[in-house]
Design a protein around this ligand. Structure first.
Ligand SMILES: Nc1ncnc2c1ncn2[C@@H]1O[C@H](COP(=O)(O)OP(=O)(O)OP(=O)(O)O)[C@@H](O)[C@H]1O
Length: 275
């Protein structure tokens, strides 16, 4: 396992460039920073995982990259253009970012297919038939073909997360931002979805930024793992994951994989012990 405190994307041009990005929620006296200034470059097509203890600012940083939350300091650039412009998130850049959260907020009065189609329907730029076929193709891509006419309460938690991913992909974003997308699932479903997410990523080569607490999930999915120090958090180290793809379930039983998980554990424990 190699690690570096320099958060670069290995010489490739960054799709996402974070420079000194930090956040203080309440700038009043005594307010503690949620994230200390942090820098990172993410290349087009990379799979990056944010890993760190609770409260270290992973979600805060992901929300800032998604354009939902304005940084207190620093700059975020998407394909070389600043995401924020005079306190406003630039819509044309935000539309290049797809979001998936832990509990997929599907609208309960719409069918699965209507939920997936919703971003396209709201934009209304393409004909209805095209939106319908696009939504079906996205459901097939995430392993949820044939459930389009069901209602959200009729499908399992794993299926709901698949639907949320299909919806995020429906408008063909360049980047998929995922905040603990599988945390609420049982271990078997989570493992299956990790395998499917890898397959999806290999097929689409979207840039993915995923937040997790799971060291095994990070080691299985990531090209690079970004380790955060505890609160007030900041990006501490970036670790390259050497395992070739496609990665199989068998990899997780190998001594190399288990060593990597142990190393991650020790690094995080070391960060927790720092004064
Ligand atoms: N809206 C908010 N207002 C005030 N403080 C906040 C807000 N959101 C987060 N924080 C604080 O910012 C810090 C970082 O929170 P954040 O949710 O980003 O951490 P995290 O690493 O994602 O944690 P977890 O892994 O538990 O989800 C925490 O101290 C949290 O209490």
């Amino acid at each position: 396992m190699s690690g570096t405190g320099v958060a670069s994307s290995g010489g490739r041009p960054p799709l996402i460039a974070l420079t000194g990005v930090g956040k203080i929620f309440d700038a009043g006296a005594g307010a503690a920073p949620a994230l200390l200034p942090s820098s990172l470059s993410i290349a087009d097509g990379e799979f990056v995982v944010f890993l760190g203890p609770s409260g270290c600012g992973k979600t805060t940083l992901l929300r800032m990259i998604s354009g939902l939350l304005e940084p207190t300091c620093g700059t975020i650039a998407i394909a070389g253009s600043p995401l924020w412009d005079g306190g406003r998130c630039r819509k044309e850049l935000r539309s290049r970012l797809g979001l998936v959260f832990q509990d997929a907020p599907l609208l309960p009065w719409l069918t699965v297919e209507e939920n997936v189609r919703l971003p396209l329907d709201l934009r209304g730029r393409s004909p209805r038939a095209e939106r319908q076929s696009g939504a079906r193709a996205m459901l097939a891509l995430v392993g949820a073909a044939g459930i389009g006419s069901r209602m959200p309460h009729e499908i399992s938690g794993g299926m709901r997360q698949r639907v949320a991913i299909a919806r995020a992909l429906s408008y063909d974003p360049d980047v998929l931002l995922m905040d603990e997308p599988f945390a609420a699932l049982d271990a078997i479903s989570r493992e299956a979805l990790n395998l499917e997410l890898q397959t999806l990523w290999l097929a689409t080569r979207k840039t993915v930024v995923l937040v997790t607490h799971s060291m095994a999930e990070a080691a299985f999915l990531a090209d690079r793992i970004v380790l955060f120090s505890p609160g007030p958090g900041r990006i501490d180290t970036v670790v390259e994951v050497p395992f070739p793809r496609p990665r199989s379930r068998g990899l997780t039983y190998s001594p190399e994989f288990q060593q990597m998980v142990r190393d991650l554990h020790e690094r995080l424990a070391g960060l927790m012990e720092q004064p």
